[in-house]
Design a binder for this molecule. Structure first.
Ligand SMILES: [Zn+2]
Length: 467
């Protein structure tokens, strides 16, 4: 088994160097191709990968024109095995989001105890290190593994627009994919292996309400020219009840399977009110939902709306008395795991674009639509392997939980390899702050997840043998 000391010796320096690279995902960095940060990150990880002590492996950086690069590390089987296992991670990062806390910085990693703070280490820079160290420790112990292809993409935080093209290019190389482990998911606690049972889908749209060709003195024209903000409120009321937060579009509403309601109840019983435990709610702010169970379901199965950006609105310090010409907002909808995102996107766009209030110029643009995912029932070998992996690596049974976030490619990956067994897991536990300020990687958890991955790969190879 890998120890924290092993991880520190073999991976820490490279992980820290990766932490210094501002390799933002293309959606957040229009100049990514010119500034070369993604390229620097993929080269750094590829260089580290080439140093691994593995019997028979190949490190390749694939570059399709106009797309972010893909790192593919192919490790040949050390036991009799017909199938390929894919270990997935990504190297592109979210933007810093805002000012980080005193003493922390997004692109200058800081270690506090056994926790590393920097953008992109937990989401999802650790994945390359975990995947290859998991294989290295199997080979060092003489434990057989199947053929494994580690795929590290660089467009995940933009909705993985480049991944499919590479999967197509590598179709033959990947071969008969029978097992996939996605190392980009969350954990409810740091004391066990957490397996993701569902993910929500996502639809992002930008809506702009225009009323004037240029701003006017609000004293002179208000009361005659309609306010674009007021009209935007009307549009938002069509999609969300502002008193309750309930989504009002039928296409976004799904029934929650009994097993998932039951699982939420069990999680609430064991862990209490987990969804609010680490939530930095201001004093007096009431969380939504009537119970801990309902809150788990609300955050994993309910459709929701978050207004994640606004335009046409000055910062308060420079706000003059102007009736502004337009207001725009970026709306981020989360969808139930089983909702079809294309249908949902169509319904959202048509609801917002129909019958412009007071004849305003309403523009609705679809930014992104991606399906959620619901895990298929576990094959018996995998059910056993997950609980063993968690016991071996963490000393506790595995946990199973839905995730509120989205991993856009997961649904398409699952449909591309319908025969493959699928596990989504990761290190994003409490206070890991993926996408927020102060992102943190808990190193002991990264080590334990690595050991769990070793165990899963060994079990896959053994199960494959028995087929
Ligand atoms: Zn991620």
């Amino acid at each position: 088994m890998l120890t924290l000391a092993d991880f520190e010796r073999d991976a820490l320096a490279a992980l820290l160097a990766y932490g210094e690279i501002p390799c933002l995902s293309p959606m957040y960095d229009a100049t990514w191709a010119e500034n070369g940060h993604l390229e620097a990150a993929v080269e750094l990880l590829a260089d580290w990968a080439r140093l691994r002590r593995l019997a028979n492996f190949d490190v390749a950086v694939h570059r399709l024109a106009g797309r972010t690069p893909l790192l593919a590390i192919t490790v040949e089987a050390t036991g009799a095995s017909a199938g390929t296992a894919i270990l997935y991670g990504h190297l592109d990062k979210q933007p810093p989001l805002g000012d980080w806390s005193e003493g922390l910085s997004p692109f200058s990693p800081t270690r506090v105890g056994d926790r590393l703070f920097a953008r992109g280490l937990a989401d999802d820079g650790y994945s390359t290190f975990s995947a290859l160290l998991a294989l290295e420790s199997l080979e060092a112990a003489g434990t057989p593994h199947s053929r494994v292809v580690v795929l590290i993409e660089a467009s995940e935080e933009s909705g993985s627009p480049d991944l499919d093209a590479y999967l197509e290019e590598l179709r033959e190389h990947l071969g008969d994919v029978r097992f996939m482990v996605c190392l980009d998911s969350g954990a409810l606690t740091y004391d066990r292996l957490w397996v993701t049972t569902s993910l929500r889908g996502i639809v992002n749209v930008a809506v702009t309400v225009g009323v004037l060709s240029r701003g006017q003195h609000s004293g002179a024209v208000s009361g005659v020219a309609p306010s674009s903000f007021r009209l935007l409120r009307q549009l938002l009321e069509r999609v969300e009840d502002s008193r309750t937060g309930d989504i009002l579009i039928d296409e976004l509403i799904a029934e929650i399977p009994d097993a998932h309601v039951e699982a939420a109840r069990a999680t609430a019983e064991e862990f209490g009110d987990v969804t609010v435990a680490d939530l930095p709610l201001l004093d007096g702010v009431a969380p939504m939902g009537a119970s801990a169970t309902e809150r788990i379901l609300r955050s994993t199965w309910y459709p929701t709306l978050s207004v994640v950006g606004m335009g046409g609105v000055p910062e308060p310090e420079i706000a003059g008395n102007v009736l502004r010409p337009f207001t725009s907002a970026v709306l981020s909808f989360r969808l139930p795991p089983t909702t079809n995102s294309a249908d949902a996107a169509r319904a959202i766009v048509s609801t917002l674009a129909a019958d412009a209030p007071e004849g305003a110029a309403v523009d609705v643009e679809l930014i992104q639509a991606a399906d959620g995912w619901m895990a298929p029932p576990l094959e018996p070998w995998l059910d056993d392997a997950l609980s063993e992996a968690s016991r071996v690596a963490f000393g506790r049974e595995a946990g199973f939980t839905g995730e509120g976030g989205s991993i856009p490619f997961l649904a398409s990956l699952a449909s591309r390899f319908p025969e493959a067994a699928f596990v989504a897991t990761g290190v994003l536990g409490p206070d890991s702050n993926a996408h927020g300020i102060d992102e943190m990687l808990d190193l002991p958890t990264a080590v334990a997840v690595t050991n769990a991955v070793s165990h899963l790969l060994a079990s896959f190879a053994a199960a494959d043998e028995g087929r």
